[in-house]
Every structure is written in structure tokens, then in C-alpha cells.
Design a protein around this ligand. Sequence first.
Ligand SMILES: O=P(O)(O)OC[C@H]1O[C@H](OP(=O)(O)OP(=O)(O)O)[C@H](O)[C@@H]1O
Ligand SMILES: NC(=O)CC[C@H](N)C(=O)O
Ligand code: SF4
Ligand SMILES: [Mg+2]
Length: 504
Amino acid sequence: MKSQLVMEGIDGEGLPADAEQLDAGPSPQEISEDPKLREECGVVAIHHHPEAARQAYLALYALQHRGQESAGIATADGTNLSNIKGMGLVSEIFTEDVLAKLHGNMAIGHTRYSTTGDSALLNAQPIRVDSTKGLIAIAHNGNLVNLGAVRARLERAGAFFQTTSDSEIIVQLIAHSKESTLVDAIADSLRQVDGAFSLVMMTRDRIFAARDPRGFRPLSMGRIENPDGPDTIVFASETCAFDLLRAKYERDVAPGELVMVTSDGVTSRQYSTGIQQASCIFEHVYFARPDSRIYGRWVQESREQMGRQLVRESGVDADLVVPVPDSGVTAAIGYAAESGIPFRFGLIRNHYVGRTFIEPEQRVRDFGVKLKLNPVRNLLEGKRIILIDDSIIRGTTSRKIVRMVRAAGAKEVHLRISCPPTISPCFYGVDTPRKKELIAANSSIEEIRQFIEADSLAYLSLEGLQNACNGGEGNTYCVACYTGSYPTDWVDVDEILPAAAVIR
Ligand SMILES: O=P(O)(O)OC[C@H]1O[C@H](OP(=O)(O)OP(=O)(O)O)[C@H](O)[C@@H]1O
Ligand SMILES: NC(=O)CC[C@H](N)C(=O)O
Ligand code: SF4
Ligand SMILES: [Mg+2]
């Protein structure tokens, strides 16, 4: 089925051609009781490449795991700025004929999982705004926590919002900034928003990339060397996207840094200083791909260390170490290596079932985990199994998996989790459920063990996790979902506001 698309700036500057604002219907959260952890978003930017749209497409393909609700690519050719976005997966939206409409040697792209604003075509990114500062497109990974106040102020000043997402606030701030140059207007705007943002932006002739002062979300810069002209500069949420483009990783965009790329080269400024880094540790636990290097550290290395540390903290005697695929695999490899217990793929994942699988009716919903994972009976039968997963959120997945492994003949099932109990929601770009739905916020570890029906259950300690994610890089992490202590001063979110006084 062909995706419904929004096209802006195609077939004539500023004139939306065959633009359709189609409602995608209710969000997956509304029509599914899918208890899963939601992804966040992936961003990419390409400066100076003859096939910029195609490069952005490839990078988004590599970043598909960060968001599967919608995707978009904007390109610029020096005079025009075109934008195409749709609901669904990158490969469903960007067919050959759609990609062929995107001209120019610069591009930015986005894959979305919504955190603010509905999962609808209206809120898909990049968001393209025409302002007194010219055309500007933005793609954002993260979530702002002071959007209510800023949006109200902008609306009083005459801003007309096209979307209900937080990301548009940044472009509207830029459009309404009193600063005379664009780069000053961007820096000024970024100082007014709080929360998590790894951004790429594009005008008709420039690319910008920026990270919030705490560096919540990753953002890296790479380069494709070109002996016959200027190098191609690329930015991406994760370095796995560079590999597909054959780009060389150069460095991370620093927390509080704004980078500008023009035909004259790369310039940078630190628009904010003096704020302690609070990079999301959960990127290392779950979101990012193990073949990515984020915050200067390989995700594979962190996860393997998490598995090794689990053995030191809560090792248990058993016959096999079995990962819950895919996210539990690397920690399970670490666990097996440290313990000497053999590693086996005792659960096989059906890769055609996406992370946001929407089960239409209760009968099918109950099938959810079974559709995705199937036990390898001959491996599990009569064995004592250590299952390794990255996290327990509501506990429903773990319960089904433990039952499934036992039903396949396992004698004992021990569950080890490669992070501490998740006791508090995230407001920085990960759509975790509300506190009342987080099993560890409301039950003891023993109560959770009973609920999921495991013979034993243990989580990694916070200290163990932090050590596993630091191999001398000197990173400081946000660990708020394990402690309830948030790194931002004020969180403009109903659930948290009454407690704002105690969260710094
Ligand atoms: O405790 P629960 O609320 O049931 O959810 C926890 C599970 O959710 C995530 O996996 P998910 O199946 O969403 O995706 P994955 O295949 O990417 O690991 C996570 O990796 C856990 O396995
Ligand atoms: N998960 C994200 O990073 C989402 C970006 C943005 N807050 C949105 O909802 O579109
Ligand atoms: S609250 Fe948790 S998921 Fe959210 S940014 Fe902090 S560590 Fe990451
Ligand atoms: Mg999982």
C-alpha cells in the first residue's frame, strides 16, 4: 500500500504540490495495549553530496530502529527547499519515484516515534517553516520540558503553529528571534528551550547541527572525503548510519554546541556552557544499536560489560544463557563469557514483526509475544536457563517469555536484567509508561519475581550500570528512570509538576 505523503516545495518554490494533510487515525498507544517501550527518533543531515536525498534515505534506513511511526526527508539546492514525509517505515515512504522528486546537494531526515503531539502526518518531521529569516527545516530527537510556557509566549507574539509537536517551538523561536543573523537567532532560541534536543536544521544553503547543553541524546559528525571538491559532511544520531554511507566518524557534536556547515566549511560555537552532562544511559542499555559508538563509547562494549557485571553481582548456576532477542543479545554474550556457561539462541525472533506491532483484537494481542518470539524446544528441554533481557517495564513481556520457556520444557528459569529497576518515567524523548504502570515503581523485586513466575530475578545495580557505560570516557549520565531524580530544574509535565520541588 502506498503511503500518504505531505509534499512541500515540490514543483515550485514555496508552493505545496499535491500536499495532503491526512489524519493517520489514532496513535498506536490509543488502539493497542502494546506494553512495549517506545523508541525515540533518529536524525540525519548531509552537506554537499550529489545524491543527498539518497544518502539521507540510506542513513534513515540504518536508523529505523529509533522510530517507525513516520519518516521524512527535506532537500535544498541553494534556491529551493523541498520536503516529503509520510507515515510508516522509511522504505514504504521513499520509493524510487518519491526520492526522485527531492533535488539538491543538501538533505536532512527524520524517523519518528512521537513523544509530544499525536502520531499523525501533521507532526511528521522534518518540519518546514517559512519565516522572515527564510525557509528553514528542522528534525529533532528528544523532548522539550518547558514547551507549555514557551509556546504560550510565542502565540501571544503572533506565532501560528502548524503542528502540535514540541519540535516546532524551536523553529518558531528562530523565526521570532530579534537577533539579526540566523546563527545568532538559532543560538538565542536554543538557550530558551529546556530538555532534550539533538537537532539538525537546514536552510536553502546551510546545515546546522546542535545538542542540548546536557547532551541527553547522541549526535555525531562524519565526513566522506572527496578528492575533487569539498568533502561531504554528515550528521547522524548513531554512527551505524555512517558505515552505510562510507563516512568516517569524525567527532560527536558536543553538549551545548551549535555547528554550522556552509560551502566555506564547518564552523562551530558553544552556545551554552557550565551545565553538567547528563547523557541518556538508556541509549546504552536498549535504544542504540550495538554497532554504534555513542558518547565516545561503543554500545557493544557497554552491553557486554553489563552482562559481565551481572554475573559478578547476581550469578546463578545453570546450563544455558539465553538472550531475549534482539536487545538482550550483547549483554547475554557478556554474561556467558564471564560465567563460562554456554550461550545459545533458545528464543528465535520473527524479524517481520515490528517493534510497534498493532494487535487488532484482544485474542490476537495475547498472541503478541508468541508472534515475535518462539522457543527452540530441543535446546531448552530439561535445562536450567538464565534468560537475559535489557529491561522490565510493565512486566507483561517477561511474564509471557518466562511462561513460554517453561512450557518448552525448561527445568528452571532465572531472569537477569541489564539495568536497575525502572521506577520513573522519561520526559526526555523516550515514551515510557506513566509511573502507575511501571511494575518496579509499585512492587518489590520479590513481588515482580512472583508476577513473572521466574525461579529467580535480579537487576544490575546502578553503580554496575554506570561503570559498564564508562570505559574512561568520563561521561556523566542521566539515570532518572532508575532514581526519579531528574537533571532538569523544572519539568513542565503534569505528572511531575506536583513533585517539582523535590526534583531540583
Ligand atoms: O516489561 P514490558 O513492559 O513487558 O516490556 C519490556 C520489554 O520491552 C522491550 O522490548 P520490546 O519487545 O518492546 O522490543 P525489542 O524487540 O526491541 O526488545 C524491552 O527490551 C523488554 O524486552
Ligand atoms: N522521540 C523523539 O525524539 C520525538 C521528537 C519530538 N519530541 C516528537 O515528538 O516529534
Ligand atoms: S530518564 Fe532514563 S530514558 Fe530518559 S533520558 Fe534519563 S536515562 Fe534516558
Ligand atoms: Mg525486548
